[in-house]
Ligand binder design. Structure first.
Ligand code: ADP
Ligand code: MG
Length: 363
C-alpha cells in the first residue's frame, strides 16, 4: 500500500527553484533514505512532507489523501531533528508524554504509550532523569521516543545522528535499524548526507542532486548499477574512477579505447555511434587488483600509500585538476610510494557512461 506519494512536487523560494518535478511513491513499511550533498534539497523535501514548508507545485498524498493544505499536526507524521529539541526542565517521561497530554489523552493511554516507547528504546532506567543527565545518544533516543508515542503513520528523520561523535553514531545507527525491525509496518523517511548511513539503513535510497532525483533504488542496486556518473561517484568510497575514453567497436560487447591507447572490452552491447565518441570508463577502486600481465587497465606510479590494515589505498598521479586514480587493495600490501604498479579489473565490474554522464547499462 502506498504510504507517501509525491507527484510533480516542486519548491521555489521567490525565483529560486530548489526542487523540481519530484515524483516518488513510498510504500507502507519502507525505510526510504534521501541522500545527497549539502544544499541539494533533502531537508526542504522532508519539511514539505511534514507541512513545515509550503508546497509550490504538485501534490503530496499520505495514505491516499491530499495533504498540501493540511496542517502538520493533522498529517499523521512525527519528525525527529538533528538537534533533539527536548524540554530541558522536563524528565524523559514528561518529554515523551507531552504531546499526548496536550492532545488530552487519558493517563492510562499515555502511560501505556510511554512505557512501550521506553521499552523499545531501552530508556526504562532513565525515565525520571532530566535531559542534561543523559548522553547525546540517549537524548536522541528520547526524541525518537517522543515520535513513537505519537503513533504516527510516517516517521521523518532529518540527519538525526549528525550531532553524535563517530562511535556513538555507529551505535545509534544500529539502534535505528533495530527500531525499524521492531516496527515493520511503520513507514520511515530518513535524510542524511552520509552514504554509509544510507547504504546500511535504507530499503530504498533516493539520491538527490541540485533539486532533482538522480536515481531511486535498493542500496546494492545503486552500487552495482549506478544510472549516471553522479550516483557512481556519490555511492561507494573512495569514489569510482572515471577514465576518459572512446568507443572503438561495438557489437555483442564494446571495445573501448582509453587515452594512451589501451583497449578494454566492456560487456555492454551496441553503443550508439553518436554517443560513443567521448565516453567514460568507470571502475571502482575496490574492484582493481595488481597484475603482472601486459593487458592491464591502468599502469602508473604510486604517489601516496594509505595503509589502513584492513585495506591499502593507492593514489596515482593524475593530470592537473583531475581527481587521482585510486585503487583499494585488501589487507597489507608491500607497495611503496614511487613503485610502478599495473592494475586490472574483471570486465563484469566495468561501467561505461556517455558524454551526458548517463550509464549505457541503464538503457
Ligand atoms: P539539504 O538539506 O539537502 O542540505 P536544504 O533543503 O536545506 O538542503 O536546502 C536546499 C536549497 O534551498 C539550498 O540551496 C538552500 O540554500 C535553499 N533554501 C533553504 N531554505 C531556504 C529559504 N528559507 N529561503 C531561500 N532558500 C532556501
Ligand atoms: Mg538538511
Amino acid at each position: 500500500m502506498t504510504s507517501v506519494s509525491l507527484q510533480n512536487v516542486s519548491k521555489s523560494y521567490g525565483h529560486v527553484e530548489v526542487l523540481r518535478d519530484i515524483n516518488l511513491e513510498i510504500n507502507q513499511g519502507e525505510l526510504v533514505v534521501f541522500v545527497g550533498p549539502s544544499g541539494c534539497g533533502k531537508s526542504t523535501l522532508l519539511r514539505m512532507i511534514a507541512g513545515l514548508e509550503t508546497i509550490s507545485g504538485g501534490e503530496l498524498q499520505i495514505d491516499g489523501e491530499r495533504m498540501n493544505e493540511t496542517p502538520p499536526a493533522q498529517r499523521g507524521i512525527a519528525m525527529v531533528f538533528q538537534s533533539y529539541a527536548l524540554y530541558p526542565h522536563m524528565t524523559v517521561r514528561d518529554n515523551m508524554a507531552f504531546g499526548m497530554k496536550i492532545a488530552k489523552k487519558s493517563k492510562t493511554e499515555i502511560d501505556a504509550a510511554v512505557s512501550n516507547a521506553a521499552r523499545i528504546l531501552q530508556l526504562e532506567p532513565y525515565l525520571d532523569r532530566l535531559p542534561k543527565a543523559l548522553s547525546g545518544g540517549q537524548r536522541q533516543r528520547v526524541a525518537i521516543g517522543r515520535a513513537i508515542v505519537r503513533d504516527p503513520k510516517v516517521f521523518l528523520f532529518d540527519e538525526p545522528l549528525s550531532n553524535l561523535d563517530a562511535a556513538l553514531r555507529v551505535a545509534t545507527r544500529i539502534e535505528i535499524a533495530q527500531l525499524k525491525e521492531s516496527m515493520p509496518d511503520s513507514t520511515m523517511i530518513y535524510v542524511t548526507h552520509d552514504q554509509v548511513e544510507a547504504m546500511t539503513l535504507a530499503s530504498r535510497i533516493v539520491v538527490l542532486h541540485g533539486g532533482n532525483i538522480e536515481q531511486v533504488g535498493a542500496p546494492l542496486e545503486l552500487y552495482e548499477r549506478p544510472a549516471n556518473t553522479f550516483v557512481a561517484q556519490f555511492i561507494g568510497s573512495p569514489a569510482m574512477n572515471l577514465l576518459p575514453s572512446s568507443v572503438a567497436t561495438s557489437g555483442a560487447e564494446t571495445q573501448v579505447s582509453l587515452e594512451g591507447g589501451k583497449m578494454v572490452t566492456v560487456p555492454i552491447a551496441s553503443v550508439d555511434a553518436d554517443r560513443g565518441a567521448s565516453v567514460q570508463l568507470g571502475v571502482r577502486p575496490e574492484d582493481l587488483s595488481v597484475t603482472a600481465g601486459d593487458d592491464c587497465l591502468f599502469e602508473g606510479t604510486v604517489e601516496i600509500v594509505e595503509a589502513l590494515g584492513e585495506t591499502t589505498v593507492l593514489y596515482f598521479e593524475a593530470k592537473p585538476d583531475a581527481a587521482p586514480f585510486i585503487a583499494k587493495l585488501p589487507g597489507i600490501q608491500a607497495i611503496r610510494k614511487g613503485d610502478k604498479v599495473r592494475l586490472n579489473a574483471s570486465k563484469s565490474k566495468l561501467h561505461l557512461f556517455g558524454a551526458d554522464g548517463i550509464s549505457f547499462l541503464a538503457r
